[in-house]
Design a protein around this ligand. Structure first.
Ligand SMILES: [Zn+2]
Length: 239
């Protein structure tokens, strides 16, 4: 009897653990309402997003490709990287792209206090404002990891929590693999996740050449399927 009860408790604990991990770490989880994952009402339009920049080589290369193909994108930048490369943030804005907040130092937000999360967000908002003169209204958590207190913190600042519905998995795939993964998850109103930069903790610059290599094929593939590119702001709910 004791063993059976212990077994049931252990199974329930395990099930809760899995569910809780899903709720905190899965891009499509709405446990921490509200969150922008995609916009199914957007018709055959998708929004491109790039995380972890700005970065010396790769942000410029991504911007060159976007300009050549006349594609808008949103860049979720880290405050620390903005301090290192303010000119690249100015170029992002000058070329008509959107800017989002991706924290200052790219920490996992799991088990972080509301104050710590607010400090990461506010420091980045101030850094961005100093460089380009405005504060973004969109935020994406590092690793897609959300924690208690994040949504109220964003709400107090009038910011949207933006996840994604399609990923190129460009942290582990080669260029054809990135293109294939992105195309596989394409649907009306998709928000596509790619990376132009690096985590601020990494000692060396992460190689994003595979993302850069894949980008023209991704743009061509999306257009071939009859989709257009839209700015992310078109997908946000009214505030
Ligand atoms: Zn990131």
């Amino acid at each position: 009897m004791f063993l059976m009860t212990a077994g049931i408790i252990a199974a329930a604990g395990l099930a809760f653990g899995f569910w809780f991990w899903w709720a905190c770490a899965t891009p499509s989880s709405t446990f921490f309402h509200p969150v922008v994952i995609s916009n199914p009402h957007a018709g055959k339009r998708v929004a491109l997003t790039f995380d972890d920049g700005p970065a010396q080589r790769f942000t410029g290369q991504v911007l060159d490709i976007l300009r050549e193909h006349k594609v808008p994108a949103a860049f979720f930048v880290c405050g620390k990287n903005v301090e290192d490369h303010p000119d690249l943030l100015r170029r992002i804005v000058a070329e008509g792209h959107e800017v989002g907040n991706h924290t200052y130092s790219h920490p996992y937000l799991f088990f972080k206090s509301k104050q710590r999360m607010a400090a990461e967000i506010d420091r980045t908002q101030a850094t961005i404002e100093k460089v380009v003169g405005f504060r973004p209204n969109i935020f994406r958590p590092p690793y897609g990891a959300r924690w208690f207190g994040l949504v109220p913190t964003l709400r107090e600042r009038g910011m949207h929590l933006v996840m994604w519905s399609a990923a190129g998995y460009d942290w582990k795939k080669d260029a054809p693999g990135i293109t294939a993964a992105t195309m596989k998850e394409l649907k009306p109103g998709a928000v596509i996740l790619l990376h132009d930069g690096r985590e601020t903790r990494a000692a060396a610059e992460i190689d994003r050449s595979r993302t850069v290599e894949a980008l023209p094929a991704i743009i061509a593939g999306i257009r071939q399927r009859g989709y257009a590119f839209a700015p992310l702001r078109d997908f946000l709910p009214p505030t």
